[in-house]
Design a protein around this ligand. Structure first.
Ligand code: AFD
Ligand code: MN
Ligand code: MN
Length: 403
């Protein structure tokens, strides 16, 4: 629980000129989507340490996701991944989710696990393989219609392992043709989010390797195509908050996959390695929410967790991830924008840096506990979940299905 009483905390913020009621309203409206694949077993390419109590089907994944929403109050949607969540009755999935106060969020095609995709899916030199991949993406549009999802979240794992293995430009043309087929199949109220990743599973080049490539494809396709920023998918030292600001200004950022990494694999709890980067990303998002020229884009961003924890208990790790995202957002709401603008215009470097850092260093636990109380939630979601007995109850499932 927080160090100081909420009233004392509130007075301090009001003295600073913060509109606390407005901040609380924004926090109550803020939502984070969790991934179905975050509730099942996963691991690295070296080992999957199976846990007892893992979901055996999409319905049990939704049961677990419902716990995260029940205790945090801000996770009403769940992303699904096909074929990991394939079923013969998607209406039943939609209804089951609704009974749990959930909705299906983004639909993720899987273009990286079929044997035919060994040398690529949509970038494969064999038109039959590309056709199979496009048909799978179109199948996911059908599924999105059945579960009332409006987002196709695309991660293209295609790439090569050696110089000379692939014709970069031919692969780019294959990719553009395939993405165009998907784009033309989208309903007017749907959008496709094009994710990029610097490397892995390919080790020499990845066909959509950075934000500029995603941006180019999305811009050529049109309004319904945007960039998905997975914050773990950048080279060491990349300034992710700058990339986010640029894409916001272009109106081409559509969503996030939140996670964290120290070196490579990006399945650590978001904010656990680099909380300041997460805050600085939200600093740009909050600034864009206020600016009329970027407000629309900022307000339409899909905030999604993309983590599949290897050794942590799944539901508690997901709750922690959600709370870390909410905390970063709350802190970003406390940046004194007027003072910051003045300091920037005066090139007052130290003042500008201290204004941003002051918000990051503000303990927002009293605020978040108050918001949760006003939302009818336990102010300590993690403690409430761990005391609920759900973790123990889950064990009755035995071992899960894997992805
Ligand atoms: C892996 C990929 C990518 C993708 C996710 C779900 O790196 O982030 O979005 O799986 O398919 O993490
Ligand atoms: Mn991702
Ligand atoms: Mn990833």
């Amino acid at each position: 629980m927080a160090g100081i009483e909420y009233k004392v905390w509130e007075e301090k913020q009001i003295e600073r000129g913060i509109d606390v009621e407005k901040v609380k309203k924004s926090i109550k409206e803020f939502k984070v989507e969790t991934p179905s694949w975050g509730y099942g077993d996963s691991g690295t390419r070296f080992k999957v340490f199976k846990q007892i109590g893992m979901p055996r089907n999409i319905f049990e994944k939704l049961d677990d996701a419902a716990q995260v929403h029940k205790y945090t109050g801000i996770c009403p949607t769940v992303a699904i991944h096909i074929p990991w969540d394939k079923t013969d009755d998607y209406e039943k999935v939609k209804d089951y989710a609704a009974n749990l106060n959930l909705k299906i969020g983004a639909v993720n095609p899987n273009l990286f696990q079929e044997d035919e995709y060994k040398f690529g899916s949509v970038c494969n030199s064999d038109p039959k393989v590309r056709k199979k991949a496009v048909e799978h993406m179109l199948e996911c549009v059908e599924i999105a219609r059945k579960v009332d999802s409006k987002i196709l979240s695309l991660w293209i794992a295609d790439g090569t392992n050696y110089p000379g293995q692939g014709d970069f430009r031919a692969r780019k043309h294959y990719l553009e043709e395939s993405l165009k087929e998907l784009y033309d199949a989208l309903d007017d109220d749907m959008r496709m989010l094009i994710e990029y990743k610097t490397f892995e599973p390919a080790f020499y080049h990845t066909d959509i390797a950075d934000w500029g490539m995603s941006y180019t494809f999305a811009t050529k396709l049109g309004e319904k195509a945007q960039v998905l920023v997975d914050i773990g998918h950048h080279f060491q030292g990349a300034n992710v908050e700058h990339i986010v600001a640029f894409l916001l200004d272009e109106g081409k950022i559509g969503g996030f996959h939140f996670n964290n990494r120290k070196y490579a694999d990006d399945d650590l709890i978001v904010g656990s390695i680099n909380p300041y980067e997460l805050f600085l990303i939200f600093n740009e998002l909050v600034s864009a929410e206020i600016d009329p020229s970027t407000r629309n884009t900022a307000k339409n961003i899909a905030y999604m967790i993309d983590q599949s924890h290897c050794i942590e208990p799944k539901v508690p790790a997901m709750i922690q991830s959600v709370l870390n995202v909410q905390t970063a957002y709350a802190k970003a709401l406390l940046v004194d924008r007027d003072e910051l603008k003045k300091a920037q215009e005066n090139n007052d470097v130290m003042r500008a840096e201290s204004i941003v850092r002051c918000a990051f260093e503000t303990d927002v636990r009293p605020l978040l506990e108050k918001v949760r109380e006003e939302m009818g939630l336990n102010p300590d979601p993690m403690k409430a979940y761990l005391e609920s007995g759900y973790e123990e109850k889950k064990l009755e499932r035995g071992y899960g299905q894997g992805w």
